[in-house]
Design a protein around this ligand. Structure first.
Ligand code: URA
Length: 193
């Protein structure tokens, strides 16, 4: 298994897809490398590309509020994205870009072995849970895959656009915090996601 240092160096020097040509920073991931809870978003936005840190813009600030509201410190979790480089104009990640990048996330999951992986939004859920995942119907539902507990919540950017979804997000985040307390860390696994 790759070490964190090897993995991060490979990711920062990555040229597997064209997004490396326009990146300011590779947005590798941030947080506790022994976290019980891992969040996976879609791809860096402008603020993340500038800073090299995931979820630091308006959507990230909202995510921090929900973490605080259910008693989880941002420093205790690990946050990453499906893509490590920003797509131009914040367009959806292309399947080929996801394929090129997903091994970095797989390696991160293997090193962390989180109790629960929470997909932030539809794109992440469609990649990690099921290609036909329906976020409006299935947010907050727990799934098991490769020995990991997974669920998806609305992307915080969707909550900024549609505040009517915020009540559901709060309910889902409370359920995730409760589940965390009663879930064991998974054993080391050969294949993930
Ligand atoms: N949206 C995402 O999906 N990821 C980020 O890091 C920021 C915004």
């Amino acid at each position: 298994m790759q070490s964190w240092e090897e993995l991060e160096a490979a990711c920062r020097g990555c040229t597997r897809c064209d997004l490396h040509k326009s990146r300011t920073n590779c947005v590798f991931g941030v947080g506790n490398r022994e976290a019980d809870l891992m969040f996976v978003g879609e791809a860096p936005g402008a603020r993340e590309d500038e800073s090299g840190i995931p979820f630091v813009g308006a959507a990230g600030k909202l995510l921090d509020k929900y973490l605080g509201a259910v008693g989880i410190e941002r420093e205790s979790v690990y946050i990453a994205n499906i893509l490590k480089c920003r797509p131009p104009d914040n367009r959806d990640p292309l399947p080929a870009e996801q394929d090129a990048c997903i091994d970095y996330l797989r390696a991160q999951v293997k090193l962390i072995r989180p109790k629960i992986i929470v997909c932030l939004g539809r794109i992440s859920a469609m990649r990690l849970i099921r290609p036909d995942f329906k976020i409006t119907k299935e947010h907050g539902v727990f799934f098991e895959k490769s020995g990991f507990a997974l669920c998806a919540v609305y992307h915080p950017a969707a909550l900024l656009r549609d505040p009517a979804k915020r009540e559901d997000m709060y309910t889902d985040m409370k359920a995730i915090a409760a589940r965390l307390a009663e879930t064991d860390k998974p054993a080391a696994l050969e294949s993930v996601l």
